[in-house]
Design a protein around this ligand. Structure first.
Ligand code: ADP
Length: 147
């Protein structure tokens, strides 16, 4: 079963879309196996967005990600990485298809609601960046067990 790292970014929290986004993931059939509210530190932002550190908009990312707490989650399911990237839609909400999270809930690239790992390598690194092993749970869904 594949795990992926999801961040509900500050605009998601401030606009009251935490439940909406989690509901979409649950309806899709993905399983939440870790979740916490936390503040992003400068160090975590530098690691997480290191590939964008040279971009002129990097200070905007730091300001954005520290506006208020985020919700970090690990979701699990078959092909969860690709599934979540498809559900998020394009990075720029202007280009994200209607029906996707960014296409429906975001307007500009600066505030695009959600992060989802983009590869198996990223997912492994990002899961370890945000969660200790003791914070990650393993459980059966009620429909998984024959009663
Ligand atoms: P994704 O989040 O879809 O994996 P990237 O890794 O390219 O995309 O970008 C990471 C984040 O940086 C974006 O989700 C967005 O919050 C921010 N970002 C990317 N490009 C811009 C931009 N041109 N202006 C402002 N913020 C940006």
């Amino acid at each position: 079963m594949q795990k992926t790292l999801i961040l509900l970014k500050p605009d998601c929290v401030q606009k009251g879309y935490i439940g909406e986004v989690i509901a979409r993931m649950e309806k899709k059939g993905l399983k939440v196996v870790a979740m916490k509210m936390m503040e992003m530190t400068d160090d975590v932002i530098k690691n997480h967005y290191g590939h964008l550190a040279d971009k002129p908009f990097f200070p905007e990312i730091v300001a954005y990600m520290t506006m208020c707490p985020i919700v970090a989650m690990i979701v699990e399911g078959d092909d969860s990485i690709e599934t979540m990237r498809n559900m998020c839609g394009a990075t720029n909400p202007l280009e994200a298809a209607v029906g996707t999270i960014r296409g429906d809930l975001a307007l500009t690239i600066r505030y695009n609601v959600i992060h989802a790992s983009d590869s198996e390598e990223s997912a492994a690194a990002e899961v370890a960046r945000f969660f200790d092993a003791s914070e990650v749970y393993s459980y059966a869904k009620i429909n998984d067990s024959v009663l």
